[in-house]
Write a protein that binds this ligand. Structure first.
Ligand SMILES: O=C(O)CCC(=O)C(=O)O
Ligand SMILES: [Fe+2]
Length: 242
């Protein structure tokens, strides 16, 4: 039975972080990895420090021309519902309608950024293949709210306030304050020293303790980031409007 996110809320400030280990089984993990890796080649967008696939539609400030998520991704919706991940977010959306797939080789990462206002403030991330440490940075109060991918040099210079260890097959849910007032990023390193960096969910992510393996070597990690884009435009409606 799926645990609910309410029972997996991290008992720490700031609020609204939920970490569920073993959200999917190893067999489901392997199926998802195969689906990602056998997606049509043009689906991949190659960036300097990672590659990604965009499912559900291209998000812009005007909204998203939505297309249903493929079954291998929507397969997880009942699991999200059982866990209450997107519960009460929006009457029109019981399930996420957008998924970004990111692949990071060891040593790759993503600069500190906010996900911006196109999405409702709940992001659910399923991690495949390798762990990573997500670092959370307080968003400077004096900055414009809502700019997407505010990946500037001064963001990089800032030290993270805390971090989260996300293990393969886990689900991480970030909501509300942590979504709106913090930036998240992944350092471009090949191993993580768990004794450093104020990792808030160590008991949940390393129940065996860190004495034997205080340093985790990174492999290739694939993340599935599910969100709700509230403003959607159907291609049909756009066509009729002409
Ligand atoms: O890979 C992750 O867990 C984070 C991805 C992310 O922050 C994004 O795509 O906006
Ligand atoms: Fe992000």
């Amino acid at each position: 039975m799926t645990r609910t996110i309410a029972s997996a809320k991290l008992d720490i400030a700031p609020s609204s972080i939920y970490y569920l280990p073993d959200f999917i089984t190893p067999a489901e993990e392997q199926t998802l990895i195969n689906k990602v890796l056998t997606a049509p080649k043009p689906k991949w967008v190659h960036l300097k420090n990672r590659r990604l696939q965009n499912w559900g539609g291209i998000v812009s400030d005007r909204g998203m021309i939505g297309e249903p998520l493929p079954v291998w991704l929507s397969y997880l919706f009942p699991r999200f519902r059982e866990a209450g991940v997107f519960e009460g977010m929006d009457a029109a959306h019981q399930d996420p309608n957008h998924c970004l797939v990111n692949e990071y080789l060891a040593g790759q990462g993503i600069m500190p950024h906010k996900d911006g206002p196109a999405y409702l403030p709940t992001v659910a991330t399923v991690t495949l293949s390798s762990h990573c440490v997500l670092e959370l940075y307080k968003y400077p109060e004096n900055k414009d709210q809502g700019e997407r991918d505010s990946t500037t040099e001064d963001n990089r210079a800032q030290e993270p306030e805390f971090s989260l260890l996300v293990q393969p097959r886990s689900l991480l849910v970030l909501k509300e304050d942590i979504y709106k007032k913090y930036m998240h990023g992944i350092r471009e390193i090949t191993e993580d020293d768990l004794r450093k960096g104020n990792i808030l969910n160590l008991p949940e992510a390393m129940p065996q303790g860190i004495e034997e393996t205080p340093v985790l070597e990174r492999g290739t990690r694939i993340s599935l980031t599910f969100r709700i884009v509230q403003k959607t435009l159907s291609a049909k409606k756009l066509f009729l409007r002409r």
